[in-house]
Design a protein around this ligand. Sequence first.
Ligand code: IVH
Length: 682
Amino acid sequence: MNNKYQLVKQKIEDLKSEIEYHNNLYYNEDKNEISDLEFDKKLSYLIELEKKYPEFKTSDSPSERVGGKITKKFETKNHKIPMLSLSNTYSESELFDFDKRMKKRLSNNDIEYTCEIKYDGVALSLIYENRKLKYALTRGDGKKGDNITTNVYTIRSIPLKLSSIAPSYMEIRGEVFISKSNFKKLNDYKKNSNEPLFANARNAASGSLKLQDSSEVAKRKLDCYIYSLNSKFESVKDHNEALKTLKNLNFNVPNSFKKCKNIEEVISYIKYWENKRENLDVETDGIVIKVNNFKQQEELGFTSKNPRWAIAYKYKSESAETTLKDITYQVGRTGAITPVAKLKPIKLSGSVIRKASLHNFNEIKRLDLRIGDTISIEKGGEIIPKITGVNIDKRSNISKSVKFITHCPSCNSPISKIKNEANYYCRNHKYCLPQIIGKVQHFIGKDAVNIEFLGPETIKGLIDNDLIKNIADLYKLKYHDLYDLKIEFKNSNDERKIRSLKEKSCRNIINSISQSKNSNYSNILFGLGIRYVGKSTAEVLSEHFNNIKKLIDAKYDEIIQINEIGDKIAKSICEFFKDNDNISIVSKLEKNGLKLYSKKKINIDSSIKNIKFVITGTFINYTRDELKNIIKINGGKISSSISKNTDFLILGKNFGPSKKSKAANLGIKIISENDFENLLLT
Ligand code: IVH
């Protein structure tokens, strides 16, 4: 190997260790020594070197963490040690029984326990061979699981390589989860993209692990808490030591585990975490109690389903009883009808609950709900409280069975089912008020054209006053149309009140509508609200058809050719553009200045690679985010402040004067939006 070649190999090795060092610091120890930007720079450099010298790329490289591999079907693999489950209890007295059983079987009164929190996610087995992550398997049926290794590479807190103190073969188990905060972000995104929401964080974690595209998994920001060592490790004699050793090997073991001398200490631990667990950023459902000593664990052994040496104490999810006052029906943007249970208000987990979602009509049948029933509601990890059952003993003979509606509660059109869907739909899509309001709300949403200061009540006010009938009409609105507009709303006591739009709100709305004309093509396309066309599908479509005219003219056969687009979406697109009213809305949007075509073609190998930009002010052809994106995609760098390392300052309208003078002082080139476009084309 010549000298340069040797140096490249060494550089790759150094970058790998450095990146994994900072990665572990950040994800497992909550610390950082370098900025995110510096971290990204190192990772990009590593990826670039590995691309140029693929012979030096190894499977334990941190570049694997960004994903990119596609798995069509996950192969299954046998577990060397079956993945069992734990026996459960909800009562303290059963814990005393458990303790007695242990003492009797071991004929020893000296038993220590280790307690850990029970994380509510998905079980994972990790196999390391020669200190490298070789396989990651799901629990599956306990005997064999799915090989999801490529997806697990993207979980940043799981080490891909272990230090030399680790034995050559190791099996580790843990729980993959998505934090409460990331779960909320994920569902917010899904909501904006018109995709079905995950009911809870556990479903989100398990769905994410099974995605076929690992770069999508990387975006889900999964994490994994480690709870057991399932292979021999010299000098580790008990579970408590095992957890400490795993922590030293850079596994993500939370600090909450505790060695308890007796069952009384176990109970104090359970009490300690009962309320405190609510403050953790991970869903939890109990405490796992394990006999600490490995020899004693071995002596106790397993039943066919569970280890005898461990038990899970489950916290009862908070529940309450209240009365079902009524069932009302909501009509969504697509016409889907959702039954909503109106409840006698009741306090649960710190908030007052007035309603619970019933998802669809089948749920009412399944629970045999009757108006006036005493029902139990529960709030676990679910976002909306759910009705878990009916207290039949308390059913009075005046309780009324639920009469299913046959017509839309808003416009009275007949409702009907769509094949293979549980919901009923109102098909009066053009004139049913909640559907129109929903469509406008969708169009003005953050991921669409982002018009602010317009709530559903104001939209209703605009429709009631004949000021708008559809999304295109928003662009006809003038200040004097809005001024003093009467808006009906409900106050916190559910009473109807009227307010009128004041000067400032009117100005804000008009400005925001005007700014929305700069929205990019794919956001507007998403905003049109074509059924099943979420944000990412809109992006795919806008890349494929760089002008809406081409999409309008496209036949089903052409649309279905696109990789990410299936039959359901293709049909829905054709149907949407078959409707002349939709075509007329599109053309009105265009007449009002919305650009339904792709701007500049992006030039990947452009001349701005690694050039450092600072931008200031507002631009004519791009929003600031678009401009930043174009710079990034073309390999340029953006920073928020001017330094001697800056190459260009792009000056827009209403620029920051201090940036301009600092750039001038440092002799940095100041360019306009036009100059930037020319730069891109060189
Ligand atoms: S120990 C024999 N510790 O709960 C299984 N499990 O029903 C030994 N879990 O499948 C597992 N947190 O996925 C253990 N601190 C913890 C845990 C934990 C969550 C899950 C695990 C297991 C299930 C048991």
